[in-house]
Design a protein around this ligand. Sequence first.
Ligand SMILES: *Cc1c(COP(=O)(O)O)cnc(C)c1O
Length: 424
Amino acid sequence: MSNKTYHIETLAIHAGQVPDPTTLSRAVPVYRTTAYAFRNSQHGADLFALRESGNIYARLMNPTEDVLEKRLAALEGGAAALAVSSGTAAIYFTITNIAKQGDEIVAANNLYGGTYTQFDAILPQQGIKVNFTPVNDFIAVEAAINDKTRAIYIETVGNPGLDIADIEGYAVIAKKHHLPLIVDSTFTPPTLLRPIEHGANIVVHSLSKWIGGHGTAIGGAVIDAGNFDWTDPKFDLYNQPDRGYHGLRFAHDLGDANPLAFIMRLRTVGLRNQGPTLAPDAAWLFLQGLESLPLRMAKHSENGLAVANFLKNHPKVAWVKYPAFNPLASKYLPNGANGMVVFGIKGGAKEAQHLVDNLDLFTIIANVGDAKSLVIHPASTTHSQLSEEDQIKAGLPPELIRLSIGLENIDDIIGALDDALELI
Ligand SMILES: *Cc1c(COP(=O)(O)O)cnc(C)c1O
């Protein structure tokens, strides 16, 4: 592919790939290998000394993953990307690639459950304190920032409240305090929203959801906009010599690659020495998913909107949340609001479970972003460890049902919901 700027549908199919030079295979091959041969001793020595770039060992590089990384960077409008073993790993290694013991981050409080636990319970054990603030409460965000703060962390669309983060508002504060803005964009793949265009410095994804799109593999990715200045001395990990990498100072000693210090460090420290490697077969599945991503996101969004409108007008439904109903949608989601719909059934937990149990076609599952329509009653499953009071604080009243609308025919999806509501 030439350097011409193609549209996103074209990039989703072509970016990052040149047909395999040995076989001329049109599809991206799966390189199932643990290591790569050196042509001779000198070649090996040059690779290790970084005098020549090339493959050494598959914990830290793989040609299938290289295509995936280049394609994701192109789709997000970033400078470079790194694929890892899960969305959870993408988040953890992003934070620990910036903050160390004694540092703090400021995060929105409406995060994905697994991320919330990582931030609330795991990072503090490692000496990294997370200050949670209500989403879009910029006064609280400013108040939570101090001289130990090293990053601001948000999700584009929170779960299960489906509120939209005002990314540009966060970006202004991040810039003012010279902090990287990290955005989890899992709920809004790049054909719907590209956080870097709104001021994000780092984008993280769970590839396990809509990007894979078929519920077949776990993976994650980190995309670096390449626009953050890491030479600010408060970022010790970039300005102090790194013992694990022969004294390298990542913000200073990479030459032309200095703007990519973040993603270079993530690969050479995170991936190389902590090991959250993605399997090449999973990378291949995500590449398959990306090829149809623009089409699928349009359909998820069309079906999601139709379901949200159907439920809004149903007499047995108390309330509906769908991102397109949010005033921020015209700015951040002009191409569609995806297939997540959350609603409250009139009554409570009993009625909600009754509906879930009588819902044909939908699978009861703790997952989102599949081609298949999915349903869950969070209060009795994913969030059942919380007290009812804490559930309500987390925005999870007992009557709440979460839908991830798939790609089935919309009449069949709405028909299934209509029938199940009838039985209550
Ligand atoms: C699923 C999810 C994650 C975690 O991703 P895994 O691939 O399951 O580890 C993180 N953030 C959001 C918003 C998610 O939906």
